[in-house]
Design a protein around this ligand. Structure first.
Ligand code: SF4
Ligand code: SF4
Ligand code: FES
Length: 368
């Protein structure tokens, strides 16, 4: 029953489509993806570049399934169910393809903070080491300087990697592109799907392709407004709160000791939902639920990072969960963020909020 006063979303009725998934007849509303149909039946498939709040880009291909009479394997995260479709999610061909994708990723990228990576590598009997020992990490800036069409010849003694030093150029979040699988999610979140800031894009070609700011400038000199919406969607931990990064470096990051508490952002009238991740009575990061229709997981700098004032109380936040340097007051976080990010927002009117249009479709409107 709908609660009194609750909003009822009116959408045109959708026909039901009947198809077969792994021998089971499944009925799903027209427009449902194969992945959603599978998940509704309790059958999960691996995904990396997919997120329900972003447009599918089909970059990773770990979600592929076999559809009878289809020449190629199809990405389940974007292919819609069709009447009479016969889908197989776990055939030898599907497993072989997923295994190869995972092996190529694991041989070239650090997947140590990618959720489920270890279990998938085991499930698909992956042996990334068969490509050879990982190539040494590139020196800082070398991959950023690679020019399209000017590739160094590969060294046959090593498996090529994207390993490189972590970029730490501001107080709020780090970029560890040695963990980047080029899934495009951060680019979408920063671009037309939500933030429309376009601070990052894919630069370079082939194995040199990487996520970059304009001319590879450090974040404080870029168009970034520190909404952190890229961190929220990154599936590998390549983009990470500095607080989390520091706790991991100290060996004290422990999700089993963390609780998540939802509250409402105190800064402005949009009233975004904040999920406070708390460890040892200190906030260690802030996310926002993807299924809240107002903001779909997106926040602005204030909600995402402006919580240090909460830690400023006797006996709390003893270094944990605080950003590097002196703790910032909320007003400082909002107005004087890293590299003058707060000022940048005030001057250019960008980044106060990144929320979808009222119809729930990706887009941006000024909050409040
Ligand atoms: S930084 Fe993260 S979100 Fe962006 S492309 Fe790399 S893995 Fe994907
Ligand atoms: S738009 Fe920013 S300041 Fe306003 S409620 Fe959302 S996160 Fe908080
Ligand atoms: S999750 Fe479907 S292609 Fe990446």
């Amino acid at each position: 029953m709908t609660a009194p006063g609750a909003l009822v979303q009116l959408t045109p009725p959708r026909r039901s489509v009947e198809c077969q998934i792994d021998g089971e007849t499944v009925s799903a509303p027209e427009g449902t993806t194969i992945l959603d149909a599978c998940r509704k039946k309790g059958k999960d498939l691996p995904t990396l570049c997919y997120l329900e709040t972003l447009h599918p880009v089909n970059a990773c291909r770990v979600c592929v399934v076999e559809v009878e009479n289809s020449r190629v394997l199809v990405p389940s995260c974007s292919r819609k169910v069709e009447p009479g479709m016969v889908v197989h999610t776990d055939t030898p061909r599907v497993r072989h393809s997923r295994k190869m994708v995972l092996e190529l990723l694991a041989s070239s990228v650090d997947l140590s903070t990618t959720p489920h990576a270890t279990e998938w590598l085991a499930d698909y009997a992956c042996h990334p080491e068969r490509f050879g020992p990982p190539a040494p990490a590139a020196a800082a800036g070398v991959r950023d300087a690679a020019q399209a069409g000017h590739h160094a010849a590969p060294d046959p003694d090593y498996a090529a990697t994207v390993h490189q030093p972590t970029k730490v150029d501001n107080n709020l979040y780090i970029r560890d592109y040695g963990k980047c699988i080029l899934c495009y999610k951060c680019v979408e979140a920063c671009g037309t799907d939500y933030q429309n800031t376009f601070a990052i894009a894919v630069a370079g070609r082939g194995f040199d392709a990487r996520i970059s700011t304009e001319f590879s400038v450090p974040l404080p000199g870029s168009a970034c407004v520190y909404c952190g919406n890229c961190i929220a969607v990154c599936p590998t931990g390549a983009l990470m709160f500095s607080s989390e990064h520091d706790l991991r470096a100290a060996g004290t990051w422990d999700e089993s000791r963390q609780s998540v508490v939802d509250t409402i952002c105190p800064y402005c009238g949009v009233g975004c939902t904040l999920s406070l991740h708390v460890q040892d009575n200190a906030i260690v990061k802030v996310t926002s639920p993807f299924d809240v229709s107002i903001t779909r997981g997106n926040l602005c700098i204030k909600g995402r990072f402006g919580w240090q004032y909460v830690q400023e109380r006797p006996g709390a936040g003893t270094g944990r969960g605080q950003m590097k340097g002196a703790p910032l007051a909320a007003s400082e976080a909002a107005a004087d963020g890293p590299g003058g990010a707060g000022r940048q927002q005030q001057q250019h009117g960008n980044g106060r909020g990144s929320v979808p249009r009222d119809d729930g479709a990706p887009g941006t409107r000024a909050p409040g």
